[in-house]
Design a binder for this molecule. Structure first.
Ligand code: 4AD
Ligand code: MG
Length: 433
């Protein structure tokens, strides 16, 4: 066991003599004292170096440290009412491990600059807290699906079909072959596997050549997807709600401190998961928007961001909007047997204007309808033969959804931009570093 403890462990154990290592977060030097705030992944604490207690060269070293220098120290823990942690450490010795001079992040905190130096900005307390929450979110998604009896399954990232509309496909230079794309979704390669595994899920990157520079769109995002044989439209909605609630509950259990650092009021999250999600049809949503917001939307038009935002602000929990018009949804969504104008699909919209978090549907079973709708979209059904076989050989009712991991993280941590929900965001205009 290492004698070095994390800052969090030091504050928990409160032993008098402590060894710790980390990075210089802040430093303020006076003639006879140097105040160094040290950070590691677990927190920050102030070290006090005094000329009288330290050897001459150690004091000189402490005084000369630049922001983000890495150090190992030994010292004595002392109660200090005025410190936010309640304790400080009086330095006995200090060792420089990696020097850091003129750390680039000091004055300019503009969004673009921080994205340019993303590799360094990851060390900020803000990013550290977001990345911790992200880790829990990913873990909780695995937990939920495994607890519900789903198998984890992997689909290819290099694909030969579109699923969510050709306009957002990234073409790949594939040994001079045409028609190879990065995955928009696992779906067409997941449906064949439910005949093998029953209920499956994945967490994997998806790619969208989105030409939108909004606070909700990435070109590379992490997609939590599920697909299940025999799962009907109602059960699908229950899984969407169950998954989101489990993830948020897990974050609330472990990350109140991080949410505080991020200035996110965790009580809104508690409220959001304390009640059933609002469920309404698309047609009911239009009616509500008309009544409450005086917004006239022609039946058959997709809901835009502004309408989703208005809907989300009518409640303090998530809203599941079902049965959209067929023409605004993907070719694979099942026609409602009771109304052929709409599909058994839903979008789950986050509170506070965080937008669509889940896109879902029961899958169309009628092979002729699938072929018809592919043709209407200008697709050659021949390319989809492998997919159509799922409807030819022992087809069963089935459903699935995709959840944008960064969309959910943005909501949970209260971000202004989805870019901070992922370590190195990729957008239409940003692919470096
Ligand atoms: O609604 P979408 O396009 O649905 C599908 O891809 C289905 N094939 C999923 C399935 O049934 N297996 O995308 C699903 C979710 C959206 O609700 C949104 O949360 C997220 O993926 N998403 C994005 N997140 C970040 N940046 C983008 N450009 C996104 N596009 C979609
Ligand atoms: Mg969608």
């Amino acid at each position: 066991m290492s004698k070095y403890l994390t800052i969090k462990e030091i504050l928990e154990k409160k032993e008098e003599e402590v060894f710790l290592r980390g990075w210089v977060y802040r430093i303020r030097a006076q003639k006879d004292n140097v105040f160094i705030t040290i950070r590691d992944h677990s927190g920050i604490i102030q070290l006090v170096a005094t000329k009288e207690k330290l050897k001459e060269d150690a004091f000189a070293l402490a005084k000369s440290l630049g922001i983000e220098s890495s150090i190992k120290v030994f010292g004595k823990l002392r109660k200090e009412e005025r410190s936010p942690q309640g304790y400080e450490i009086d330095l006995q010795s200090i060792e420089l491990i990696g020097k850091s001079e003129n750390y680039p992040i000091s004055k300019d905190f503009s969004e673009e600059f921080l994205l340019d130096v993303r590799h360094l900005w990851l060390r900020s307390r803000k990013m550290t807290s977001i990345l911790k929450v992200r880790s829990t979110v990913i873990g909780a998604i695995h937990e939920y699906f495994r607890k519900e009896g789903f198998f984890e399954y992997q689909s290819p990232i290099l694909q030969s079909v579109q699923c969510e509309g050709g306009s957002t496909l990234f073409k790949v230079d594939y040994f001079e072959q045409e028609g190879v794309f990065l995955a928009q979704t696992w779906q067409l390669y997941a449906e064949p596997a439910i005949f093998s595994l029953g209920k499956i899920y994945t967490i994997a990157p998806s790619f969208r050549a989105e030409k939108s520079k909004t606070s909700r769109h990435l070109t590379e995002y992490w997609h939590a997807e599920m697909e299940g044989a025999w799962i009907d439209f109602e059960e699908l909605q229950d899984h969407g709600e169950g998954l989101i609630k489990h993830v948020i509950r897990s974050v609330l259990e472990k990350h109140k401190e991080d949410l505080e650092i991020l200035k996110r009021d965790y009580r809104v999250l508690e409220t959001a998961i304390s009640k059933p999600f609002v469920r309404m049809t698309y047609t009911e949503a239009l009616k509500l928007l008309k009544e409450k917001e005086d917004l006239d939307i022609e039946w058959g038009k997709d809901l835009r961001t502004i309408e989703e935002d208005k809907l989300s602000k009518m409640t303090d929990t998530f809203t599941i909007v079902t049965r959209y018009p067929k023409q605004v949804k993907a070719f694979y969504m099942k026609e409602d047997p009771k109304d052929e104008k709409v599909v058994l699909g839903f979008d789950c919209i986050g509170p506070e204007g965080y937008g669509e978090i889940i896109g879902a549907s029961e899958r169309e079973a009628d092979i002729d309808k699938i072929i018809q709708r592919l043709k209407e979209q200008g697709e050659d059904p021949k390319n989809y033969e492998f997919y159509l076989d799922t409807r030819r050989y022992g087809s069963v009712p089935h459903s699935g959804f995709g959840m944008g991991v960064e969309r959910l993280i943005s909501y949970i941590t209260g971000l202004n931009s989805i870019k901070d929900a992922i370590p190195f965001p990729r957008t239409m205009v940003r692919y470096k570093p």
